[in-house]
Structure formats: C-alpha cells, structure tokens
Design a protein around this ligand. Structure first.
Ligand code: ADP
Ligand code: MG
Length: 329
C-alpha cells in the first residue's frame, strides 16, 4: 500500500509491486508552484500524453485567472475598475460567482477583492516596516465582494471603485486541480491524484484496489504524522504560513489577508480542509485562517461533506467533528 504525505511533497513509501495498471507520475512547475500528477494507467505512453494535455489545461487556466499576466481577462477586469464593466468568458464569470458564494458563506473571510491591499504587503519572510494605517484603511475601503457588480445577461463584471482589484490566489490552484481531474476522468483515467502544491484532488484507488492514503504532518515537525486518511473521490487542501510570511515588530504574519482589516492574519499556522471539490477546499482553507479556529471549525461542522484540521501558532490542533487525530502514529 502506498501512502502520501501532505505538507511535504507527495511521496511513495513503498515501490510499485507489479500490476497491469501502473502508477505514472510527473512533477512540474506551474502557476508559480509545484504540481505533481499521479495517474493509474495501463499504457505509459498514453498516460504521458494525458499529462501533456493536463499541463496545457493548467496553462490555459493560468492565462484566464492570472493577475500578473496583463492580458488576462482578470487583469482586464482590474484595469477597468471604476471605469466600466468588462465582459468576460462564461468560465471566469461562473468562477467569480462561485467565489462570491463562498465569500457569503464565510462572511467575507474569503474574498477575491482582498487584492486591493496586495501592493501593501510583501511576504518575503523578512522584517518589514508596517504600511501607514491610513494607507491600509484607504485600501480596505476598496475591499468587499458585495461591491462587485455582476451582470449575468452581459456576462460582465464591474469593480465600481478605482483601485479595486480581484485575485484568485486562494482558489485558482484548487480550481485547476478540479479541472485536471475532470479532464483525466473524461479521458477514461480510472484513478489518480492531482497535487497542486498541497491542493490535492483524488479519485479511484491504487492499482491493488486499496484507497489512496495521505498523512497529515505537523508543519513544525515534519517527521511527526498526526493521522492517516484514506481519500475516496475527495479533495484535500492545505494552506500554511510556513512558506510565505513576513515579520512585523518581531511577530510572524502569514500571507492570508483579513479583508476586514487589510492586515495579514495571525494565530493559525496551518489549515487542512477536506471537501468534495478542491476549489471549495482551497477557498475554505484560506477563510479559516482569517476566521480563526473557533469560528472556522464551527462553520465547517455545519457544512455537509466538509472537514478540517487547524493548527494554531501555540501548537494546538483543532479538528471538525468527523476527524480524529492519532498523535501516537
Ligand atoms: P497557498 O497559496 O499557500 O496554497 P492559499 O490557498 O490560502 O494559500 O492562498 C493564499 C493566497 O490567496 C494569497 O497569497 C493571496 O494571493 C490570496 N488571498 C490572501 N488573503 C485572501 C483572502 N482573505 N481571500 C481571498 N484570497 C486571499
Ligand atoms: Mg486557499
């Protein structure tokens, strides 16, 4: 049986031991992060072709949602902020609608319009001078998913204030993972895992019929496994502050912004969410950082088929009601 480690890259703990179906894996960099595709297939050449197709699909999504690419539809929306509505593809329009649904669900803790404060912070792991409170306040006034004007008929989006901006950093990789999974399933791939730098979407089983296994590892002590989980046609996403963070007056802040204050979130160091779709899990993992452990777990407990595990900066582990953590593992 092969097992996967979340937080670290996905690794096999035992070598493959001979079935007609093989496990084919490829690692690559896309969307500024490392991806890994794992396919169960009986034809390695066909599997390689499907991996190429998956990579092309990720490129396509990146071109749609990237805020860095000034020609992307997302950049067009941002450029037209305070000027006029921008007509966009149905795919992006629907993604924005779904993002706003999650924003409502999380009371604005997840909010794609957080991005108007993006230029105030840089998460390089270094000590920074805090931006002036008046600057932060001016940016916060531009945040608010409920301000985004959507027009289904025109299929257009309008950000009514100049300087308003949207960004898909907290949902894009999850969306890409779901799309690649769907693409591979439509092409007849019976089992696999898409791992978009900790955003994992799995389906089917390993060649020997056993479930995909992942381990949750303590980010502060990566040798310590909390718990093993079987993945059955589910997604699991981890957001952590250990890669992108900054220091202010000696205190550590993660790269997730509290849209209500404009300041980076504090207190939660890692958040893992299980959900049927990686897109939802990705957005929720981000929201839980902002909401904190109590409100976050409370929300998750009310959502069907969603579970979460959170770790606070004082090392406390909090889980939703369907998760048990075995620390002796
Ligand atoms: P990771 O990139 O580590 O997987 P996330 O999925 O949580 O982490 O995404 C964090 C990114 O989401 C940030 O780098 C930023 O681009 C964006 N973001 C930050 N705060 C918010 C927020 N409150 N709502 C939506 N997006 C956010
Ligand atoms: Mg996220």
């Amino acid at each position: 049986m092969k097992r996967f480690i979340v937080f670290l890259s996905v690794v096999f703990l035992s070598a493959f031991d001979g079935y007609a179906q093989e496990i084919i894996q490829r690692k690559f960099e896309k969307m500024g992060s490392s991806f890994e595709l794992t396919l169960v297939h009986d034809d390695p050449n066909e599997a390689e072709r499907l991996i190429e197709e998956s990579i092309a699909e990720i490129d396509r999504i990146e071109q749609l949602i990237s805020s860095w690419d000034k020609d992307s539809q997302t950049s067009q929306i941002n450029k037209m902020a305070g000027i006029k509505p921008q007509s966009i593809s149905k795919e992006l329009y629907d993604l924005i609608e779904r993002a706003n649904t999650i924003a409502r669900l999380t009371d604005g803790a997840f909010d794609i319009s957080y991005a108007s404060v993006d230029n105030l912070w840089s998460f390089t792991g270094e000590e920074i001078h805090p931006p002036s409170p008046s600057l932060v306040e001016a940016s916060v006034n531009k945040i608010g998913f409920e301000k985004i004007k959507v027009n289904a008929k025109q299929q257009s989006i309008f950000l009514p204030k100049k300087g308003m901006k949207i960004g898909f950093g907290a949902i894009g990789k999850g969306y890409a993972a779901d799309r690649v999974k769907a693409l591979l399933q439509t092409q007849g791939v019976k089992a696999g895992i898409v791992n978009a730098s900790g955003d994992m979407s799995a389906w089917g089983t390993q060649p020997d019929g056993s479930a995909w296994q992942i381990a949750l590892v303590n980010p502060m002590n990566k040798n310590k496994v909390f718990s093993w989980f079987s993945l059955h046609n589910t997604a699991v996403v981890t957001s952590g502050d250990y890669e992108r963070y900054l220091l202010m007056e000696g205190k550590r802040y993660g790269h997730i912004i509290n849209p209500k204050t404009g300041y980076p979130s504090q207190g939660v160091v890692s958040c893992t969410v299980f959900a049927p779709k990686a897109e939802l899990a990705d957005a929720l993992a981000t929201a839980l950082f902002v909401m904190g452990e109590e409100a976050g777990i409370d929300l998750v407990n009310q959502l069907p088929n969603v579970d979460a595990l959170m770790i606070t900066d004082d090392g406390e582990i909090i889980t939703s009601q369907n998760i048990t953590v075995d620390e002796t593992n």
